[in-house]
Design a protein around this ligand. Structure first.
Ligand code: SAM
Length: 306
């Protein structure tokens, strides 16, 4: 068995910093609505990043962390800063699209994938004489999730079936990092020692690089699940710890698009804190509730929720 088992140049420039106006640390609830809307506009116009579909409370909490990091205490001064400082725009974007991940995150999910889901998919595709199995890791951050799947499938070696694994994310810088396949040891904490020895090269200090043949199993591309209507066809989609930041309406639209990409009897994996929402619940059946693994079911009538 395979399993035995953050950003940027943020130092306040004292000379240009407005004085804090009071001493209570700034929190999300302190945002004046017009300042928040100004931030939404700046991100949209300068970075083509649409905050409209994210949950306000989560987003305000994260922006507030930047307000505090810049030594400020009110939202109006932060808007002024954001308007004049491109580095701060990038730092804010990094905080909003937080890229935390690690290899084999939630190991029991990978165990169910290895023992149940992937064998079922492989057997079905082989029976139908299909040429390839398509796996899509949505919001893949630094590539830990699609590469974990590549490691599993490299061990499983499905006969006569090419494996296509795509990792996508809204953030280009994080995809560039993902392509390099280099990680600090802490991202590999769930990787069994013998797997690390076999598939990673040790770099300087505590850094490791995934071997080329595994890196080459994964293709990375930019894809924004909120703004793009085109979702590629897939047999298995993992979208973990991404939708948690989106409004329920947006989650329902994305789930409906996933169900169209998947088709009957293909699988969707969500994050442990995520679940099916809204009118699209009937498009999926829960197969492994703890692991948030769902089977797509064939109900074409229910799929029009755009
Ligand atoms: C917390 S990480 C999750 C990484 C991995 N799926 C996991 O569970 O370990 C969330 C990722 O979602 C990405 N993300 C946020 N909004 C997105 C969007 N609209 N479309 C695609 N990816 C998005 C972020 O850039 C970030 O890399």
């Amino acid at each position: 068995m395979f399993f035995a088992w953050m950003t940027g140049r943020l130092v306040p420039d004292e000379g240009t910093m407005p004085e804090p106006v009071n001493k209570t640390p700034f929190v999300g609830a302190d945002f004046r609505e017009e300042d928040f809307q100004e931030i939404v506009k700046l991100l949209q116009s300068r970075r083509a990043f649409d905050l409209g579909s994210y949950k306000d409370r989560c987003i305000k909490r994260r922006i507030a962390s930047r307000v505090r990091a810049r030594g400020l205490n009110d939202s109006a001064h932060y808007v002024e800063l954001l308007d004049s400082d491109n580095d701060e725009l990038d730092a804010l974007l990094a905080v909003l699209t937080i890229h935390v991940s690690h290899f084999f995150r939630n190991p029991t999910t990978y165990r169910v994938l290895e023992e149940k889901i992937l064998p079922e998919l492989i057997a079905r595709l082989q029976r139908r004489g299909e040429q390839q199995m398509r796996i899509w890791s949505v919001g893949c951050a630094g590539g830990e999730e699609p590469y974990s799947l590549a490691l599993l499938l490299h061990e499983m070696k499905p006969a006569d079936l090419a494996v296509s694994i795509v990792g996508s994310d809204v953030s280009e810088p994080i995809l560039e990092q993902a392509e390099k396949g280099e990680y600090d040891a802490q991202r590999l904490a769930e990787v069994p020692d013998e797997v690390r020895e076999r598939y990673f090269d040790r770099l300087e200090g505590t850094r490791f690089r995934l071997k080329k043949d595994i890196r080459e199993m994964v293709r990375f591309c930019k894809h924004d699940v909120l703004t793009e209507r085109d979702y590629p066809p897939a047999d298995l989609i993992l979208c973990r710890n991404v939708m948690i930041y989106f409004s329920r309406e947006e989650q329902a639209r994305i789930l409906a698009r996933f169900s169209r990409s998947l088709g009957p009897d293909s699988f969707l994996v969500l994050g442990r804190a995520e679940t099916l929402v809204g009118t699209v619940r009937h498009l999926f059946r829960s197969e492994y509730p703890v692991e948030r693994i769902y089977r797509c079911i064939d109900t074409p009538a229910g799929k029009d929720v755009e």
